[in-house]
Write a protein that binds this ligand. Structure first.
Ligand code: SF4
Length: 241
C-alpha cells in the first residue's frame, strides 16, 4: 500500500534493503552450517516470540507498508496508536518496558491465523535475527519471566552458555545483525541526512500521517528533527540519529 506522499527517492532505496536482507540471511545460514551443534527450533506456525517490540529502520517500515496489504497495514497503524499510549503511560525501567510491552501486545499485527507471519519475505532484520534453541513455548514473555525454567531447559537441551546467554535466543546471530542494521541506517542517512529507527507499528502509523510524509518529501533534516522534538515521542518508540 503506497502512500503517495512518501517520496520516490525513498522507495528507490528498497531494492537495497532487500539486498541487505539477502546478505544477512546468507551469513546466518553459513554461521549455522559452521555450528552444527546449534539446533534451531523455529519454524512455520511458531509465533511465540512474535509479541516483542520489533525495532526497524524507516526504510524497513516503508518496505512493509508497500507489501503488507491494506488490512495488514491498517491493523499495524491501529496498534501503533495503542503502543504510543502505552509507552507514554509507562514510567518504569527500560528493561521492564520491553517485558511489559510483550504482555500488552500479545500478538504482532502481522501474525496471521495459524501463527504464520503475513510479511515473512519482507520481515525486518530484527525478526530475522531471532532464532531459538529451545521449543517455542520458552520464547514467550511469560516463559522469559520465569528464568529458572529457561535455565533448567538450557541444561536439559545442553545449550552452550556463551551462545545463548541465559535466554533461548542465539546471540551471535543477533549481534551479527547489528552491522546490517547499521548499513540500513547509513543508506537512509545518505538520502535524508538523518536516520530514523523505531518500533514497527509506530513507524507505520507515522508513515500513514500526511504531515510526516510531507516532511519526508521536503527532506529537510532540521524540520524532521523539529517534528520529533515537538511530539516528544518516548525514546523506547523512536530514535533519530
Ligand atoms: S513481523 Fe512476522 S516474524 Fe516479525 S514479529 Fe511480526 S509476525 Fe513475527
Amino acid at each position: 500500500m503506497k502512500n503517495p506522499g512518501i517520496p520516490d527517492r525513498l522507495h528507490q532505496l528498497l531494492p537495497g534493503v532487500s539486498r541487505v536482507y539477502r546478505n544477512y540471511d546468507i551469513q546466518q545460514k553459513k554461521w549455522l552450517t559452521d555450528h552444527p551443534q546449534i539446533r534451531v527450533r523455529c519454524g512455520p506456525g511458531c509465533g511465540y516470540c512474535c509479541n516483542m517490540s520489533v525495532r526497524v529502520n524507516l526504510l524497513e517500515a516503508i518496505m512493509i507498508r508497500e507489501n503488507a496489504g491494506e488490512r495488514g497495514v491498517a491493523k499495524a497503524v491501529k496498534a501503533g496508536k495503542r503502543i504510543l499510549d502505552f509507552a507514554r503511560g509507562y514510567h518504569g525501567s527500560e528493561a521492564g518496558y520491553f517485558y511489559a510491552f510483550r504482555l500488552m501486545l500479545k500478538r504482532c499485527s502481522f501474525l496471521a491465523r495459524g501463527d504464520r507471519c503475513l510479511i515473512h519475505p519482507f520481515r525486518p532484520l530484527s525478526c530475522r535475527e531471532i532464532l531459538s534453541g529451545l521449543p517455542g513455548r520458552y520464547c514467550g514473555a511469560e516463559a522469559m519471566e520465569n528464568s529458572t525454567a529457561i535455565a533448567l531447559r538450557r541444561q536439559r537441551y545442553r545449550l552452550p552458555a556463551g551462545i545463548f546467554r541465559g535466554s533461548p535466543f542465539v546471540f551471535p546471530l543477533i549481534e551479527a545483525g547489528h552491522s546490517f542494521e547499521k548499513q540500513l541506517d547509513a543508506r537512509l542517512t545518505d538520502e535524508l541526512g538523518l536516520s530514523i529507527r523505531g518500533e514497527m507499528n509506530f513507524l507505520l502509523r507515522l508513515l500513514d500521517q500526511d504531515e510526516f510524509a510531507r516532511l519526508l518529501g521536503k527532506g529537510i533534516p532540521g524540520e524532521i528533527c523539529a517534528f520529533f522534538e515537538q511530539n516528544q515521542y518516548p525514546r523506547v518508540l523512536v530514535e533519530v540519529t
